[in-house]
Design a protein around this ligand. Structure first.
Ligand code: DMJ
Length: 694
């Protein structure tokens, strides 16, 4: 009996337990169903989704977790690019170039799903902005949904007309800088040009072209192919022996880093070379470079102390050019991120930045060797182009505020005889040493005054440029040697020093560009006196720099050359005799060729290219090296392939043997590292942010 009752009790307990388990199971199923309904509401009802997630892209990423993935096909590849009108566009033909995203599932299962698909499509269209649509340059049916670019027109006076905001970039508002001038198109300077170059007929504006540009003449095309091969050799050797390092040592096959970037390995050559590879159509090489930038270029891990100026012109400038050329937002984001890291250097009472900044701590300082802890004119004066453009494409005004604050300081600073000295104290807004130069320490300050005008019609900058050039002329710094060579001298404590740096040879191109954009050429008075005079200076300087090349054993020019009773355009001291693959002389040949059409500039450029090939090549198939003494018959190589050789020297040579519409000077303005930036309001590649302010 006891056993039976015990058994019953046990059975009863088991039944009770079973019932409880069933109840628990039912409760679990109910809760799970409720949970699934909630999740479904969150992800499938568009309104609710919009408030709880950042996009359908997010939702898509969560779908696999909800076991719905089998219903959706895998992410897309090249085919979808065609929808964006980007196919065949170097750099955008690869799937890595576009943010990976889901392909649309088949349509029409039910209404909710239709809503979801519609929402996905809408978000994908927004995602497309990661690679902005290619501006529609050529006539014909548009493949782009966002851009309706027209070619700018020329008015009766030969002025390019700034386009209306809507014609530049769809709905984007084009903002104007202060003191905006009608666009400074390149003008005809009377007397200065032989006939026959398209630049003299301003009604024949070409359309912006960013690759291709083959010259119709076969011999010219062959020369350009040689330059392209030089680029390929420089690049391939860097890739093989120094990948990720700043520069290549082409003889010892190691990495090299100059003090400008400290001990960091931030691939200066990769970033500097990107646009040259792109323009030359070296697609595979470009894609490898682009992928490294996307995946491995991380400024957050860099602790080194770097030069604000060099980081700006090579890295920020290089990345900005790539954003303009490709519309790839990755480049803009990297440039923006890096430029923000430079901003602590600008925290001085005058706004004049310190020269060096630690990317890790943000601490900044000036060079120990600079006079009285001063900042350098050519460094803080060479930020404007990049910073203005950065503000315009990000909508963040901080960068242009910084450069306009520098401008204010430089406007107010006392300029003896109208001259700018090379050292300025960042706290006192005072020059600290009486040294004037168009070469080292001064050069690109003047370049950016002119180019701020070319870039955005900045008339204040133009006036400062014109006044500075007038001061050079009036103070006798632009003078003839005994042998009749025109040169730009330096001045120290009111004494003229008859020396010119290789760096100052960019001034041939500078004066020519200034002449062709001279505001005096248009308007009611139409005074061409200054422009003609400046064209003569441009020709004279370019000729002198050429002389400095052909008076050496190597036909490559020295770092500095002097003029005296004994010498003409020759280096005097041992430490002036080296050539480090610098671009400035070839840069002037290029600008002069584009603006005058005079064949001699192409001939001179080809002569230099051959000399580089003969003396600087580091072995067959190798990279290129600088030389220790250009006057030696058998010059020793210095074992450094400077990043600017790929960014500037080879790019200018390549463009010298291309048609004029490739990176047309009407539409592009070169930063001082030869990274072309688009002209505001004129070039459809400008791609301004809708949030950009004036
Ligand atoms: C480049 O980095 C730039 O052109 C800069 O403005 C001056 N020096 C080098 C090339 O010589």
């Amino acid at each position: 009996m006891i056993r039976i009752s015990t058994l019953r009790t046990l059975t009863g307990r088991m039944n009770l337990r079973n019932r409880r388990t069933k109840e628990k199971y039912c409760l679990f199923v109910i809760l799970m169903s409720f949970f699934m309904i909630c999740v479904g509401m969150v992800y499938f009802l568009p309104d609710l989704r919009a408030k709880t997630t950042t996009g359908v892209h997010d939702a898509y990423q969560k779908i696999p977790e909800l076991f719905l993935a089998p219903h959706l096909p895998p992410p897309p590849h090249g085919a979808e690019l065609r929808l964006n009108g980007l196919e065949g566009y170097p750099g955008s033909g690869s799937p890595q170039h576009v943010v990976p995203r889901p392909m649309l599932p088949p349509r029409g299962r039910d209404e909710d799903r239709e809503k979801l698909y519609a929402k996905i499509r809408q978000d994908l269209e927004q995602e497309d902005q990661r690679v902005l649509a290619k501006p529609r340059i050529f006539d014909g049916p548009s493949t782009s949904t966002t851009t309706t670019t027209k070619i700018p027109q020329v008015d009766g006076r030969g002025h390019l007309q700034r386009m209306s905001p809507s014609s530049v970039s769809g709905s984007h508002h084009i903002s104007s800088p202060r003191n905006v001038h009608p666009h400074p198109a390149l003008h005809t300077v009377e007397h200065a040009f032989p006939a026959g170059n398209s630049y003299f007929h301003r009604s024949n504006f070409t359309k912006p072209v960013v690759f291709g540009g083959e010259d119709p003449n076969g011999a010219v095309r062959s020369k350009r192919n040689v330059i392209r091969q030089m680029m390929k050799d420089s690049w391939d050797n860097y890739v093989t022996h120094a990948w990720g390092e700043n520069e290549l040592r082409p003889l010892t096959h190691k990495g090299h880093s100059a003090s400008i970037f400290g001990p960091s390995k931030i691939g200066a050559t990769i970033v500097d070379a990107l646009d040259t590879l792109y323009i030359m159509g070296l697609h595979e090489e470009y894609q490898v470079a682009r992928d490294w930038v996307a995946k491995d270029l991380n400024f957050d891990t860099v602790r080194a102390e770097v030069s604000v100026f060099e980081t700006n012109i090579r890295f920020v400038g290089g990345l900005l050019t790539m954003f303009a050329l490709t519309g790839d937002v990755m480049y803009k984001d990297k440039a923006y991120h890096l430029a923000k890291k430079l901003l602590p250097a600008f925290e001085t009472p005058t706004g004049i930045p310190m020269a060096l900044i630690s990317l890790g701590s943000g601490a900044s300082k000036n060079y120990g060797w600079a006079s009285s802890g001063s900042s350098i004119l050519s460094e803080f004066g060479t930020l404007h182009l990049e910073f203005l453009y950065l503000s315009d494409i990000t909508g963040d005004p901080i960068f242009k505020e910084k450069v306009f604050k520098i401008r204010e300081t430089m406007k107010q600073i006392e300029k003896p005889k109208g001259l700018y000295f090379n050292y300025v104290h960042p706290r006192m807004a005072k020059f600290t040493q009486n040294h004037v130069s168009m070469g080292a320490l001064g050069d690109s300050f003047y370049e950016y005054l002119l180019k701020a005008y070319v870039q955005a019609g900045d008339i204040e900058a133009r006036e400062m440029y014109d006044a500075a050039m007038e001061a050079f002329e009036k103070n006798g710094l632009i003078r003839y040697s005994k042998g009749g060579l025109l040169y730009i001298a330096e001045m120290r404590y009111d004494r003229i020093e008859s020396k010119m740096d290789h760096l100052a040879c960019f001034a041939g191109g500078l004066f020519a560009l200034g002449a062709h954009t001279d505001p005096n050429l248009v308007g009611p008075e139409k005074n061409s006196a200054r422009a003609n005079r400046h064209m003569k200076i441009a020709e004279g300087i370019t000729n002198t720099c050429h002389e400095s090349y052909i008076r050496t054993q190597t036909r490559l020019g020295p770092e500095s050359f002097r003029f005296s009773d004994a010498i003409e355009a020759r280096a005097q001291r041992p430490n002036e005799k080296y050539y480090i693959l610098r671009p400035e002389v070839i840069e002037s040949y290029f600008i002069m060729w584009r603006l005058t059409g005079d064949q001699k500039y192409r001939d001179w450029g080809w002569d230099s290219a051959q000399a580089i090939e003969q003396h600087c090549k580091a072995g067959p198939g190798g990279g290129y090296s600088g030389l220790r003494n250009v006057y030696s018959k058998d010059p020793q190589q210095d074992d450094v392939q400077q990043s600017f050789f790929l960014a500037e020297t080879l790019k200018y040579l390549y463009l010298l043997f291309s048609s004029n519409d490739l990176i047309d000077l009407d539409y592009w303005v070169f930063n001082t590292e030869a990274h072309p930036l688009p002209v505001k309001g004129l070039n459809p590649y400008y791609r301004p942010s809708p949030n950009a302010s004036s």
